[in-house]
Design a protein around this ligand. Structure first.
Ligand code: ZN
Length: 80
């Protein structure tokens, strides 16, 4: 058994989240993080942050429309 090394595992968190690990590496990675509360916690944080970011990206397309609406309103107000 290779001793658990937090730094080594955590350096792979982003690769794992981006799906850039080979399936063999992924199995090893998941096994390792599930053995260490610190690593698992960090992985969960990064995972929800990534999910949050992708949600934010989706929201931004709606935000654009909203911003355009506000701009239109402002324009109408100033031209009055
Ligand atoms: Zn660890």
């Amino acid at each position: 058994m290779i001793p658990h090394n937090c730094d080594k595992i955590l350096s792979k968190v982003f690769l794992a989240l981006d799906g850039e690990l080979t399936s063999e590496e992924e199995i090893f990675f998941l096994k390792e993080i599930n053995q260490c509360e610190g690593c698992l916690e960090k992985y969960k944080i990064e995972k929800s942050f990534k999910e949050f970011l992708s949600m934010k990206v989706r929201k931004e397309c709606c935000f654009e429309t909203l911003a355009q609406n506000i701009r239109d309103k402002l324009h109408r107000n100033t031209s009055n």
